[in-house]
Design a protein around this ligand. Structure first.
Ligand code: E4P
Length: 215
C-alpha cells in the first residue's frame, strides 16, 4: 500500500515530501477553503513540489458538462493533476469523458461497493471510499475496503482503491491488510505513524549509555 497525503497545506506537503514515502496528494474543497488561498495558485505550488506523482483536485460543478470544463482547466495546470469527481450520475459521465481523453480521475465520496464498481466501469483511475465518515455513523468502513478489493480483484479491474477519511493509525494498518492500494492520510496521522514510545525510550537509552562510556 502506498501513501498519499490528504491536505492542501503546502508546508505539510513539503515536509511529507522529504520523507521519501509520498506517492501523491489529495485535496478537497474543505481542505482548500481552510487555506484561504486561490485554488489554482495552490495547485501550482503543490505540483511544483510534488512533480511526478498524482495530485487530486476536486471539481465543484454538479453537472457533467461543468465538471468536464472545470476538470480540463485544472488538468491544464500540470500533467500530474488527477481530477476528483463526486460519485453521482453526472460524475460518472464526466469520468468517462476524462478517461477517453487520458485524464486521470479519482471518484470521491464513495460509501458502498456498487458505487465503486460503477466508478471503475466508467474508467476511474482511483476510487475513494471514506472510512472515517462511515465509522462515524456506525457502519464498518474497513469492511467496505475489503469488499471493493475483492470485487476489483475478481473482475480484473485495475482501478486503484484509495482508503480516504483516515482518522488514526489503526485505519492505516487495517486498510493495508484489507486490500487498499493507497491510504490518503492527514498530516497529523502521518506523524503518529512514525512514533512509538519504545523507539523514543530506546534512543534516549542508547545516547545515555554512549555518554557514560565516553566520559
Ligand atoms: C479524500 O480524498 C478526502 O479528502 C478526505 O479523506 C476526507 O476526509 P474527512 O472525512 O476527514 O473530511
Amino acid at each position: 500500500m502506498k501513501f498519499f497525503i490528504d491536505t492542501a497545506n503546502i508546508e505539510e506537503i513539503k515536509v511529507a515530501n522529504e520523507l521519501g514515502v509520498l506517492a501523491g496528494v489529495t485535496t478537497n474543497p474543505s481542505l482548500v477553503a481552510k487555506e484561504g488561498v486561490s485554488f489554482h495558485d495552490r495547485l501550482k505550488e503543490i505540483t511544483s513540489v510534488v512533480t511526478d506523482r498524482s495530485v487530486s483536485a476536486e471539481v465543484i460543478a454538479e453537472d457533467a458538462e461543468g465538471m468536464i470544463k472545470e476538470g480540463k482547466e485544472l488538468a491544464a495546470i500540470a500533467p500530474n493533476i488527477t481530477i476528483k469527481v463526486p460519485m453521482t450520475l453526472e460524475g460518472l459521465k464526466a469520468v468517462k469523458a476524462f478517461s477517453s481523453e487520458g485524464i486521470t480521475t479519482n471518484v470521491t465520496l464513495v460509501f458502498n461497493a456498487n458505487q465503486a464498481l460503477l466508478a471503475a466501469r466508467a474508467g476511474a483511475t482511483y476510487v475513494s471510499p471514506f472510512l472515517g465518515r462511515l465509522d462515524d455513523i456506525g457502519h464498518d468502513g474497513m469492511q467496505l475496503i475489503a469488499t471493493i478489493a475483492e470485487i476489483f480483484d475478481r473482475h480484473h479491474l485495475d482501478t486503484q482503491i484509495i482508503a480516504a477519511s483516515i482518522r488514526h493509525p489503526l485505519h492505516v494498518t487495517d486498510a493495508a491488510l484489507h486490500g487498499a492500494h493507497i491510504a490518503t492520510v492527514p498530516y497529523n496521522v502521518l506523524g503518529q505513524l512514525v512514533k512509538h514510545p519504545l523507539t523514543d525510550q530506546g534512543i534516549q537509552k542508547f545516547l545515555a549509555d554512549w555518554e557514560k562510556a565516553n566520559q
